[in-house]
Design a protein around this ligand. Structure first.
Ligand SMILES: Cc1cc2nc3c(=O)[nH]c(=O)nc-3n(C[C@H](O)[C@H](O)[C@H](O)COP(=O)(O)OP(=O)(O)OC[C@H]3O[C@@H](n4cnc5c(N)ncnc54)[C@H](O)[C@@H]3O)c2cc1C
Length: 258
């Protein structure tokens, strides 16, 4: 994986910004792992690759597709998909998409090497290690970490077709070129339209996949309404619930889903 050099931010004193109160600190001590930010790569205007390090991470089990919750300010936590966490590793990486002016976006834009970072998990979310067949992966900007986690499984996303619903295909293409592996580099990027019209061609493609192979696996993540619509399409085309692994990563108007 070729990643650009880290953004140059002076290592600074470790105090977390937006400190929680005494009670919050006591809760964090019991429940969260204290990690240090090791490096931050600005992959594009909206994407940050954040590396976290802690001895505590060596002792936690991790399955590709797991989630972690990161303290992004005060006692606010947001969910990410860790990648490249091998057994005994003391580090993990997050690929975060900073949208708008929300807590995770602000954290992603300001996080710097040396910062303290509280992490809950990893915990189970989608068990990608169990996938043993041709797969169609549909997601969006928030799913790139999951897509990379899939590329890290024994099958390595080799026989996977990646479809990503995105705001800016050129930006995501550049991120995939720096991070992507295997089929992910050839992901089909579909630019989002406010009326949802872009999903018509995705639905047609999914119906073709379902008609051609009744054994195929579908992994759906990203925006809740897109997932619901595509699940309906797949069911209509004959796919069974057991072929679908689906998880909403965000929903319009809702904060901190999951
Ligand atoms: C299991 C799991 C794994 C995840 N993994 C990742 C990951 O690896 N990388 C990653 O970037 N995200 C990931 N997400 C998604 C991320 O947790 C959400 O997008 C989260 O809402 C971001 O927090 P926020 O503070 O930016 O926005 P919030 O405060 O949660 O929400 C504020 C507003 O922003 C909207 N919103 C939230 N996300 C988006 C978006 N992507 N685009 C447009 N509007 C949005 C909400 O609907 C709400 O109206 C994951 C989510 C889950 C459940």
């Amino acid at each position: 994986m070729d990643t650009p050099p880290p953004i140059t931010v002076a290592t600074r004193d470790a105090a977390p910004r937006n400190d929680p109160g005494l009670l919050g600190q006591a809760v964090l001590k019991v429940l969260a792992h204290r990690t240090r930010v090791d490096a931050v790569h600005a992959l594009s205007p909206h994407f940050r690759l954040v590396s976290l390090r802690s001895d505590a991470l060596r002792r936690v089990a991790h399955t590709p597709g797991d989630k972690v919750q990161v303290r992004v300010g005060g006692m606010a936590f947001r969910t990410f998909t860790p990648l490249r966490m091998g057994e005994g590793d003391d580090s993990l990486q997050l690929l975060g998409y900073a949208h708008g002016d929300a807590p995770a976006a602000r954290w992603l834009r300001s996080v710097a090497p040396g910062d303290l970072c509280h992490v809950l998990g990893p915990r189970r979310s989608m068990d990608l290690a169990a996938i043993d067949r041709s797969t169609v992966f549909v997601g969006d900007e928030t799913s790139l970490g999951l897509a990379l986690a899939l590329c890290g499984t024994p099958l390595g996303g080799l026989d996977t077709h990646f479809v990503l619903e995105v705001a800016d295909a050129a930006e995501v293409r550049a991120v995939l070129e720096s991070m992507g592996r295997g089929m992910l580099q050839h992901a089909w990027l579909v630019e989002r339209r406010a009326d949802g019209g872009h999903l018509v061609q995705v639905e047609a493609a999914l119906a073709r996949y379902a008609a051609a192979d009744s054994y195929r696996q579908y992994v759906l993540s990203g925006q809740s309404l897109t997932i619901q619509r595509l699940q309906r399409t797949l069911r209509g085309a004959g796919a069974k619930a057991s072929q679908m692994l689906a998880k909403a990563y965000w929903a319009p108007g809702k904060i901190a889903l999951d």
